[in-house]
Design a binder for this molecule. Structure first.
Ligand code: DC
Length: 230
């Protein structure tokens, strides 16, 4: 059986990672959460005080410190997935905080940050057998991916999902703050100069505002099987 590359792009909280993990598990493929990599760099920037109170990033400082950012994924047999490590320390929990979500987009639009992470992602995807999710996977990271999905959902549905996830993790954040954060990230992620979030021409669009996870999974797996059987 050939081992293909599957790219899943889409808006924040559009359900990409849940589906990407499910598909990777079903096919016994590697799952790469590229958002976690940008989040880990944002965490680094916050720790290094490269982001001020107004949310402004010291871009020069960020570029100069990039060589001190070393990212790896460590497999957690309990969850069955790789967890992100920043300079050898597992930061999977810290990167999901609202604080990191608030500042990640300004870090992700720095071209030097993107170049470094894209290279690492391309290395991870170079042998196929991978499901990678993010914003620019089908367009920039793995433009030759055999199957590309673009996931979207209306802002209310995404806000509810993200809010529920944060509450489940014990974070106290209002629904309004979550919506504001999603709107602001949609805007920055879609309008930045360097590899903005755009739908690849050959991507299959999944609008999951009214679809259950099972419905999405079945539909996406059917698309993948078609390519595998071709
Ligand atoms: O998927 P996520 O919400 O965890 O991603 C966090 C941020 O990282 C998101 O606001 C945009 C950025 N990102 C990106 O620019 N390119 C990617 N391939 C993945 C994420």
């Amino acid at each position: 059986m050939k081992r293909i590359s599957i790219a899943i792009d889409g808006l924040s909280a559009s359900g990409k990672s849940t589906l990407a993990q499910g598909i990777a598990k079903a096919l016994n493929y590697l799952y790469v959460d590229t958002g976690a990599m940008y989040r880990a760099v944002a965490l680094f920037a916050l720790r290094e005080k490269l982001i001020d109170r107004e949310g402004q990033l010291d871009e020069e400082g960020m570029k100069a410190s990039l060589q001190r950012v070393y990212l790896t994924f460590r497999f957690n047999p309990g969850t069955g997935r790789g967890e992100i490590c920043l300079n050898g320390r597992n930061v999977e929990k810290e990167i999901r905080s609202h604080e990191v979500s608030k500042h990640v987009s300004v870090v992700a639009r720095v071209p030097e940050v993107r170049e470094k992470l894209v290279l690492a992602q391309q290395r991870m995807g170079s042998h196929g057998g991978v499901v990678m999710d993010g914003r620019d996977i089908g367009t920039v990271v793995l433009p030759e991916a055999e199957v590309k999905f673009f996931m979207t959902a209306d802002i209310e549905a995404r806000g509810k999902r993200r809010h529920k996830e944060l509450v489940r993790r014990g974070r106290s954040v209002s629904f309004g703050d979550v919506l504001d954060n999603l709107r602001s990230r949609d805007r920055i992620d879609s309008t930045r100069d360097h590899s903005p979030l755009v739908q690849a021409d050959d991507a299959i669009v999944i609008d999951n505002s009214d679809l259950t996870i099972e419905e999405q999974f079945d539909h996406m797996m059917a698309c993948v099987q078609q390519v595998l059987n071709a």
